[in-house]
Design a binder for this molecule. Structure first.
Ligand code: GLN
Length: 575
């Protein structure tokens, strides 16, 4: 079933083979008819992940990018909608030369073609991949993915022995009234796969608790899979510990045997890669929680964390590196205003406003931004988080009480955030949203420049329709808001921040920095936020256990402005 962790299982296996020096190309095959994930509701499907080339795809692609530290592209993602569209367009062009167009061989043929092409060009540098990881969405027996399963069966047959390793991920039920694990449902699911002509080589058993030997033995027996290839994938503290757990069970060697790849292992490469990963993974497992911080995340989809999977991961990466134990509080801002904001944010050490669409909860977010700005609480805005910060600054510092975004108020008197389709035309970006990776020119001597170690150009991923209205930039800047990241050529504002004498850490990007955070290369804006939150709770750690690398020097000794201190109202006059 969906949400079980196929992407996690697959990317963990892929990570182990990548560490051995093999070139990996993953692909997610989606059963749905949408052309991409752009139109999917994150509340139902989890976050929409955006690749460098602007592809809007399933959040599993994020898992592969993070696990493999490898940028993916549209060839790593296919939906039934894309495949049918391709075939129907070909049919209209007359390319089938009078033949009837059928599920087999035409649709399955297109699937096999894409997989072979990926093998030829999907390696990290656009070259050959040694192993491709194919993840089929949905459940065996679904109508919508059955042609993928058939295509894979054919592919395995055509490519011959030792070309393919099939992995079935199944679920072990643990009814509380029985107090024991049951393997029957899993057995029936695997049988269904075998009816489709596929004999799995490896079985991953998802479960809450470690899967018992008895259950693994039963599954092994009824599915012709040796016991050492039946792996317990129970809940763990972090997905990043799974590659190690697989290795401990010898699953990597099993895959090498199944695919006849033992001779291809680069042991030196593996030793180096493992060392780096093990350091990170053991930090997650042992959790040296030196610093306790609480982080408020203000999201519309607060009820479902999958809607912000990358934000969650980016926080995990940076807090692991900084040995911080983050108590993340997901807050729905629909009912927040200036009367209750103190109650909600009075004791958080940092705040994130993640991306979002539509009006609901926006006024609450603006009230929260005003609170964190005036109380010097570290703030990171992600896309919408930049837009609400600009609106708040225009209203409360510049004095434009009616400032708003045209997304929320079509005829706003002061449209400080608005839609500028001509900007997208300048960049040649299609559709209605500005999508994908873009360069950001970094202003020297800013927080952004500090975080990115004085790099002049950084590259980040965007997914937005609205942006800062260039007509207001000068006024906002003269009122103290710094535009520290811009489009290299055009008047598109991509990062805002406050100077160090006004606020210890207040920064927001029009892009989504969470999409580029990787376990071993955490995104600097998240590192800065967590470091600033630690410094706020424990000023004595500054220069001791928090690396100065992540803390911008403050003009004066940092003050602890806790909830009890009077609000420091910052006005633009007299500065
Ligand atoms: N709704 C805003 C826009 O379209 C912000 C989008 C986002 O946060 N991804 O520009």
């Amino acid at each position: 079933m969906s949400g079980l962790g196929k992407g996690i299982f697959s990317s963990s296996l892929a990570k182990m083979l990548q560490d051995k020096g093999l070139a990996i190309a993953p692909i997610k095959l989606e059963g749905y008819l949408n052309i991409d994930s752009g139109t999917l509701n994150p509340y139902r499907h989890g976050e929409v992940f955006v690749l460098e080339d602007g592809t809007e795809c399933d959040m599993d692609l994020g898992t592969y990018e993070r696990m493999l530290d490898q940028n993916l592209s549209r060839q790593n993602f296919a939906t039934s909608g894309q495949i049918y569209t391709e075939i129907l367009e070909r049919e209209r062009r007359g390319d089938y030369l009078g033949r009837d167009v059928q599920m087999i061989p035409h649709v399955t043929g297109e699937v096999k073609y894409r997989l072979r092409k990926l093998a030829m060009t999907g390696g990290p540098d656009g070259g050959l991949a040694d192993v491709i990881f194919v993840e089929v969405g949905g459940t065996v027996g679904d109508y919508e993915n059955s042609f993928y399963i058939e295509a894979l069966r054919e592919l395995a047959f055509e490519e011959g022995p030792q070309s393919t390793c099939f992995v079935a991920l199944t679920y072990i039920l643990e009814p509380t009234i029985l107090g024991e694990q049951k393997s029957k449902a899993a057995q029936l699911g695997i049988k269904r796969l075998m009816e489709a002509g596929i004999q799995p080589h490896i079985i991953g058993c998802r479960a809450h608790n470690p899967v018992t030997l008895t259950v693994r033995q039963k599954i092994s027996m009824f599915s012709n899979v040796p016991l050492n290839r039946v792996f317990s994938m129970h809940d763990r503290e972090s997905i990043y510990t799974i590659p190690e757990a697989m290795r401990a069970e010898g699953l990597d060697r099993e895959v090498l045997s199944i695919l006849n790849l033992h001779g291809r292992v680069d042991t030196q490469h593996e030793d180096r890669a493992r060392q780096r990963w093990t350091d990170f993974a053991s930090k997650i497992r042992t959790r040296p929680r030196k610093h306790q911080i609480s982080l408020g995340i203000l999201g519309k989809y607060a009820a479902l964390r999958d809607a912000y999977a990358s934000v969650d991961k980016a926080i995990e990466h940076s807090s692991t590196h900084l040995s911080a134990d983050v108590d993340a509080r997901w807050i729905d801002t629909s009912d927040v205003d200036s009367s209750n904001v103190q109650e909600l944010l009075g004791n958080v050490d940092a705040v994130i406003v993640p991306g979002g669409f539509g009006e609901r909860g926006v006024e609450g977010k603006i009230a929260c931004v005003q609170y964190v700005r005036t109380h010097r609480i570290p703030y990171l805005g992600l896309c919408l988080g930049l837009q609400v910060a600009v609106i708040e600054y225009a209203r409360n510092v510049l004095g434009l009480r009616t400032a708003n975004s045209t997304e929320f108020e079509h005829h706003a008197e002061h449209p400080v955030i608005c839609e500028l389709p001509e900007q997208r035309r300048i960049e040649g970006m299609g559709g209605t949203m500005r999508l994908g990776a873009q360069d950001v020119l970094v202003e020297p001597n800013t927080l952004l420049s500090f975080l990115f170690e004085s790099q002049r150009l950084i590259r980040e991923r965007f997914r937005h329709r609205y942006e800062v209205n260039p007509a207001y930039v000068e006024r906002l800047a003269s009122a103290g808001l710094r535009f520290s990241g811009r489009h290299p050529k055009h008047a598109i504002m991509q990062v805002i921040e406050l100077p160090p004498d006004i606020h210890p850490y207040f920064i927001a990007g029009q892009f989504h920095p969470e999409l580029t955070s990787r376990p071993l290369r955490p995104q600097p804006m998240f590192m800065g936020l967590i470091a600033a939150a630690i410094a706020r709770t424990n000023p004595q750690f500054v220069g001791e256990s928090i690396s100065p690398r992540w803390l911008r020097p403050q003009p004066s000794a940092p003050k602890r402005n806790g909830p009890k201190s009077p609000p420091k109202v910052i006005s633009h006059t007299g500065r």
